[in-house]
Each structure stands twice: as C-alpha cells, then as structure tokens.
Design a protein around this ligand. Sequence first.
Ligand SMILES: *Cc1c(COP(=O)(O)O)cnc(C)c1O
Length: 243
Amino acid sequence: MTLADEVRRAELVAALGSVRSRIAQACQSAGREAQSVTMIAVTKTYPASDIATLAQLGVTDVGESRDQQARAKVAELAGPPYPPVELRWHLVGQLQTNKARSVVSYAHAVHSLDRPELATALADAAARIERPDPLAVFVQVSLDGDPSRGGVVADGVATLAETVAGRTELTLAGVMAVAPLAAEPDVAFAALHQVSVQMQREHPHAVAISAGMSADLEAAIRNGSTHVRVGSALLGRRSTVFG
Ligand SMILES: *Cc1c(COP(=O)(O)O)cnc(C)c1O
C-alpha cells in the first residue's frame, strides 16, 4: 500500500466507526435492535478502491445514483487488483427505462421506482436473464407532493405497488424517500412511515423503509427506517451534489 492508500484507509476506518456508532446510538434511543438497520454506503463520485476498502471493513451494501457509474465500478471490482468480494448493489437515483437491462445484470435493489413503466422495464429485463433472486424494488415517495425531485405522490403509491407485486421478477421491498429540504426530517419520515403502514395492509411483506442520509439518519431511524443511505459522512464531501 502506498502512503496515500494508508491515509485513505485510516479515514474510512474512522468515518465508518463514527457512522456505525451513530446508527447504534439511534437504534438504542429508539428501542430498536442495531441489526434492524442496514447501512448502504452511497459511493457515487468515489472510486472503486474506496468500495474495496469498505468491503474489507465489513460493508456489504453499496449504493450508486447512476447506472453508468455503478456498472463501471462493478466491472472494475470484478478482477485484479481487487480480491473477490460479494456486494449488494443498490440503485438510489432516478432511472431511465433504457437502463433497465444494465441494472438488472448487477443490482440487488432499486430504491427509486417512481412510475409503472420503469417497473415493467425492470421486470421485462430481469425476465430475459438468469438472476439468482428477484430484483428488490422500493417505491420512492415524494413527500412534498413535488414529483420533479423524484418519487411518486402518495396517491400513486398503491398503483405502483400493485404493478411490482404483479411481477415475479420483482420483489416489493417497501418505500423510499428523501426528506424535502424545507421539511423537518422527523415530520417527513413520520409521513413516510404512514405510507409504509398503508402499503403493508395490501402487501404485508413490504416492510422495508429506505430513509435517512448523512444529515438525518437519526430522525429516519426514530421513524422506522430499515435502510439508511450514507454518503458524505462515510466518504467525505462530494464535489457535486447529485453525482
Ligand atoms: C447521494 C445520496 C445519498 C447519500 O447522501 P449523503 O447526504 O451524502 O449521505 C442518499 N440517497 C440518495 C438518493 C442520494 O442521491
């Protein structure tokens, strides 16, 4: 390892320790088991070498917001100098239907399902290949009623969930949201929890809630999040916002 590699590794060790203890603390305050929350390391804009280091440190779930970046890193990590590693890849950003074929070839989950056409494209693409498991899908909910920032408004959730549930190539995992900038995170995540409760009436297995990022993971965990998506608190500040 070069000195720069060692310095980077030490940074990641420290950041990971701090995020894990924040999660543990938040779970304890909420009276929840620490294992009830999965941490997804959102590595957009960061290199494959960081993912390999995080994997060595026990991180198993990796998130990317764009198919192209994700796919490139999957390919890079598949061979030398990297040791073989089992990672679950999560797509967390808005997705065009023409990316479906690529996404189903490597992804464990898509957190940003926001329209029926995308569910159909993902299911059709998955049907054409051999996947070990169905693709896990989270319905992204727009909590401020402004779907331009991603997500479907609460009224549209049930229809989208039906579309996913109707396809054997997909598993309806649950709901996902990004807290609106103008909202109190606790208020936003409480609203998302309500959407989840509603979804579970029709789909009892769809218990996952993908909520909480670097700045608001405690509020998300207080409100039942099962999957926190952590980027900057782990990897450092990005030079671009959306990667
Ligand atoms: C970038 C991103 C994250 C991680 O955000 P941080 O604030 O860096 O933790 C989580 N979810 C989505 C959808 C993202 O695009």
